[in-house]
Design a protein. Structure first.
Length: 275
């Protein structure tokens, strides 16, 4: 088994090598193991996927950390944590989430400028930068190279202010963030504009981007890391709901034709365990 330091070094290497890599988002141990068995090189947690699994509209930082531990222990892959706003407004308090995530076994994690308050969804610029700076200090205090991602959430909350988004990403970069991220960017031209405005690796989440975009196109636009957030979990939920509606409305069960064969699933779990 790789040590946490080994995983951290491997995760850094993925961001430094040429080209673009995909980091899918499992929501529990089983989906983590399946993705590992398929050959993905790193994984990321999803707070939305976790919330859906728990039947909640939002999740606490404690629940997020518990999920980090479950996924980090499920495979030998580096894991990046979706820590939302790190559970606090105050920069120093929020930064404590970085150490908690590291203790849970992940080797990277994010801090975002979304407040969790729909009335005031985005932190003021100065406070947002202070929060990233505190998170960077917490990450650098760890005994391994924790990869810190800073997220500018404007577009996700309907604030399609590209200039402010770029200003925030540049400030987060100057504060020491290792990876930059702005969920909600849709078209490739906007993505290219944002990526070209910063020097650090950029993560694009495909759950909110043009679904016709490909790995090759995003790589050409300069994206380093592609995640999918809660998209895979929501896709699985869509299949679940279709099968439930078929039973409830029609008394039919044709969905069983599309089940994953038990043999294939067991072989995937066995392959993940053997790694």
């Amino acid at each position: 088994m790789r040590t946490q330091a080994d995983k951290a070094a491997r995760f850094r290497e993925l961001h430094q090598r040429p080209g673009t890599f995909i980091i899918p988002n499992p929501w529990d141990a089983g989906t983590a193991k399946l993705l590992a068995a398929m050959g993905f090189e790193a994984l990321a947690t999803t707070s939305l996927g976790l919330a859906n699994t728990l039947g909640q509209s939002a999740v606490s930082l404690d629940a997020i950390i518990d999920n980090c531990r479950v996924i980090a222990e499920a495979t030998d892959l580096p894991v990046n944590a979706d820590l939302e706003n790190c559970g606090a407004d105050d920069p120093r308090t929020a930064a404590q989430a970085i150490a908690r995530a590291a203790e849970a076994g992940v080797v990277g994690g994010s801090i975002e400028d979304s407040t969790g308050n729909r009335e005031h969804p985005i932190y003021d610029f100065t406070l947002a930068v202070e929060r990233v700076h505190a998170a960077v200090e917490a990450a650098r205090a760890l005994p391994f190279p924790f990869t810190l991602t800073a997220r500018a959430e404007n577009f996700l909350w309907g604030r399609k202010d590209l200039d402010d988004t770029i200003k925030r990403l540049q400030a987060f970069e100057a504060a020491g963030a290792d990876v930059l991220y702005s969920p909600g960017l849709y078209d490739v031209d906007t993505i290219r504009t944002v990526v070209s405005s910063v020097k650090k690796p950029f993560n694009l989440v495909m759950g909110f981007a043009d679904p016709t975009l490909t790995l090759a196109q995003l790589s050409a636009a300069g994206v380093k890391r592609i995640s999918v957030g809660g998209a895979m979990q929501r896709h699985a939920l869509a299949a679940f709901l279709r099968s439930a509606r078929e039973m409830k409305d029609n008394g039919a069960f044709s969905f069983v034709r599309d089940m994953a064969p038990v043999k294939d699933v067991r072989e995937a779990f066995a392959a993940a365990k053997a790694e």
